[in-house]
Write a protein that binds this ligand. Sequence first.
Ligand code: DAK
Length: 258
Amino acid sequence: MSYNTILTEVDDKVAVITLNRPQVLNALNDELMDELGNALLSFDADDKIACIIITGSEKAFAAGADIATMAKYGFNEVYRGDFISRNWEEIRKVRKPVIAAVSGFALGGGCELAMMCDTIMAADNAKFAQPEVKLGIIPGAGGTQRLPRAVSKAKAMDLALTGRMMDAVEAERSGLVARIFPQAELLKEVKVIAKTIAEMPLLTAMMVKEAINTSYETTLSEGIHFERRLFHACFATQDQKEGMAAFLEKRPAKFTNS
Ligand code: DAK
């Protein structure tokens, strides 16, 4: 499959999707979001793939939604065209782990896209912001909901009301970013993480993802109940038998994703 606005590559069980509109710092337009959704769902359906990385260029993960496109819109177009909802959230359907590898700017919709991934790994030059307020709009692709859950209400308000940029160190300290790497090493290091995840039993990794994501959507006691049901389900898999037998026999496990 060839795309105009993204590049795709497969490295062993890891798929890498690179946002590729360098002339506009990977600003997110309809075509890119359609292609990204298509690639994500294809890799999710591909049995050979166990983990997906979304990345951008050295200068920009994505500098936000495409302002040149948005500037032309009125209420009629965004409401009737179901702007954002139509194709921006395909990533939420992906059941395999998805890692954002962020170098440079992750602004507005770019920051929101990174937050839709399961975890964010950042280069030391990464900059995160929700600058929409300066354009007369509010974050509209989940920023007002995911950012406070990631960094606290106080910092989310600070960021979204001032539109200021937060560097990688502050983002890691605040809980938005899991780890920071030197820019030149970012993709190599994130591939190592992705390959580690890809070596885990896939059904179990998918259950971990589903259970942690459920913690954002439910009460603690309902979440614990959901976790317990999945935990019990693990004992119906071959990989639970193999993982525990391998430990007791002091040998590496051979998982079969079954
Ligand atoms: N859209 C379109 N083009 C962009 C862009 C963007 N978001 N960001 C950068 N570019 C383009 C620039 O116009 C420039 O194009 P040329 O002039 O060369 O033709 C090229 O990329 C290089 O940018 P700069 O020359 O500005 O590069 P600098 O290094 O000087 O500055 C910068 C980099 C990232 C600080 C600056 O480009 C910048 O401030 N960009 C805009 C960042 C921004 O405000 N992003 C948030 C966009 S708003 C919604 C849901 C979600 C959203 C909206 C609605 N609904 C549910 C309705 C999301 C909104 C957003 O993301």
